[in-house]
Design a protein around this ligand. Structure first.
Ligand code: ADP
Ligand code: MG
Length: 379
């Protein structure tokens, strides 16, 4: 049911009457733990998933990019010269990425192709980063550029920040660029160092889409970011990543309650994320699950970015005997939860958790078992 190479090949052949020169795949992601830590220069632990943006393309002789979006059933075209933001929807992600690469001094060339994806839009699995990295990889392959995942991730983030106008951290683009099959990546968001971490044996990662979508998320997100900056300033450090739990506890009484709770989440979450990677290296699913559950409580009570639907989903998932731990994932206020479960009980978990959630909320959830895949690649 998920989109594959044959599908994008068929779309290309249908439109162009021949096979493409290249096929690109760039994945969405789910974050196991380390939420709202990326913009605090901290650690995150995401995996690239088997849902992705795909582009099939062939070169052009001029400096134009022409793309047909299968999902929007819409064609768009632009020139690499004199790029302008026209607020034209999905194509702005491609233009923004081209702008970021050219602004970094890279020489691009024209191409045409088709774009299709199966990362649900706006669900918190980062379809936007998948699209940016697919675009970057397509631009790079067409112009015969070197591919450095971290460099391209930063340019993708720049496109999203400056062109699209979404103030995101580096996690989404970096995992889409640098993901590793069968592994999560422990990312140090300050140095952009990435370490692949294997999953505990006989476990599976499940994404649980509440089918609710975030409202008010941008203002709440920006508000959290400034609260974190205020807390970092209070501690006299560059980012909350530089504050230990002991330092925090000593100074906590002098902080106002709201700033204290925001900082408490970030500082403990950072610590949990490092511990979680360690637990994975030891194959300790029980500890990893417990850290995920603590992460959810911290996001719900201290950072206050969960929602009734997310809490209900996490409760339903956690109640299943095969679940090691579950938490909301992504920015919050809606979208998806993630669970770590015993792999041999996956079917039963999916069925029972979906039923329980539906009964509790009357929402129709989408629950799927994920595989960890490679980052943006020429297939
Ligand atoms: P997400 O949480 O999925 O990243 P965003 O709002 O950041 O949500 O990005 C979603 C937007 O990215 C869509 O509205 C669309 O403009 C663009 N996009 C993502 N995937 C595709 C795709 N397969 N085809 C066309 N546009 C896409
Ligand atoms: Mg996004």
């Amino acid at each position: 049911m998920s989109l594959g190479k044959q599908d994008i090949l068929a779309h290309f052949s249908h439109r162009f009457g021949q096979a493409p020169r290249w096929i690109i795949r760039a994945p969405g992601r789910v974050n196991l733990i380390g939420e709202h830590t990326d913009y605090n220069d901290g650690f995150v632990l995401p995996l690239a998933i088997n849902r992705a943006a795909w582009i099939a393309l062939r070169p052009r002789d001029d400096r134009r990019i022409a793309v047909y979006s299968v999902d929007y059933d819409q064609a768009a075209e632009f020139s690499l010269d004199g790029l302008r933001d026209e607020k034209a929807g999905w194509v702005e992600y491609l233009k923004g990425t081209a702008w970021a690469l050219q602004d970094a001094g890279l020489h691009l060339t024209g191409w045409e192709g088709v774009l299709a994806g199966d990362v649900p839009l706006g669900a918190g699995l980062s379809s936007s980063a998948a699209l940016e990295l697919a675009t970057a990889r397509a631009l790079a392959v067409a112009a015969d550029l070197d591919w450095n995942p971290a460099t391209m991730a930063k340019l993708g983030q720049r496109a999203e920040n400056k062109w699209v106008g979404v103030n995101c951290g580096i996690m989404d683009q970096l995992i889409s660029a640098a993901g590793r099959a069968d592994h999560a990546l422990l990312i140090d968001c300050r140095t952009l160092d990435t370490q692949p971490v294997p999953f505990p044996p006989k476990t599976a990662v499940v994404v649980l889409d509440t089918s609710t979508r975030r409202g008010l998320v941008d203002s709440a997100y920006n508000e959290r970011r400034s609260q974190c900056e205020a807390a970092a300033k209070f501690f006299g450090v560059k980012a909350l990543r530089d504050v230990t739990i002991e330092q925090f506890q000593r100074a906590a009484p002098q902080l106002d309650d709201l700033t204290r709770r925001r900082a408490l989440h970030v500082i403990t979450e950072n610590d949990r994320t490092v511990q979680a990677a360690e637990a994975m290296r030891h194959g300790d699913a029980v500890l990893l699950g417990r850290l995920m559950a603590e992460s959810h409580r911290s996001l719900r009570d201290d950072y206050e970015v969960s929602s009734d639907a997310l809490n209900a989903m996490v409760e339903c998932a956690s109640a299943h005997p095969a679940c090691y731990g579950a938490r909301m994932t992504g920015a919050g206020f809606g979208g998806c939860a993630v669970a770590l479960i015993r792999a041999d009980a996956a079917d039963d978990f999916v069925q029972k958790t979906s039923d329980a959630y539906q009964k509790k909320t009357s929402n129709d959830p989408a629950v799927y078992v994920c595989q960890a895949t490679n980052g943006a690649e020429v297939v």
